[in-house]
Ligand binder design. Sequence first.
Ligand code: ATP
Ligand code: MG
Length: 188
Amino acid sequence: MRLFVAVDPPTTVAAEIEDHVSPLRARSPALRWTLPEDRHLTLVFLGEVPESRVPEIDRRMGAEVARHPPLSLEVRGSGTFPENSARARVLWAAVEGDRHRLTLLSYGLRGAARNSGIDVTRRPYVPHLTLARSKRPCDLGELRDRLDGLRSSGFTATEVRLVRSRIGGTPRYETIATWELAPRATDG
Ligand code: ATP
Ligand code: MG
């Protein structure tokens, strides 16, 4: 099964993002826009994993999450992949707040994935919520600029989800496990 690990913005924040995004969607209907309720902050993408691996992943990742404190975050600003917005494929909303702790959490979970025998990326972690994708590279600069004023309410992320992604499925994403961040955990 195809798996990833993510943090979700609360529904109030998802609604604030959507308020900002909906006028842009109307202007650029050719892009594939993510659904408001599906927008998430991926911590690690695991890819295709045999179902038999899931109990070990659940145990190792749950233990890792418990070593990290809840995170104070807000959705703020925007960006594209690749960074050159003139020929980009992904438009995203950025995240501010406990970015350093978020990155430590992501790298900790990558380690847990590797210890479970899953090969995960070694690229720098770029926290983002995907808003739209294009099949081909296109100029996303104007959309990105229009999102620069995006600033959500602050929120505290208290849990992390292991999610199954079903391409073409409904629902698109399915929660496999939920782990609580630990209020008294210190970094590292
Ligand atoms: P779709 O692929 O249908 O456009 P999606 O990207 O949301 O939708 P998945 O490809 O299953 O669905 O990806 C699940 C999550 O993992 C998304 O947040 C996606 O951005 C992220 N992701 C997917 N592939 C990678 C990758 N190679 N490296 C890092 N993150 C990835
Ligand atoms: Mg994808």
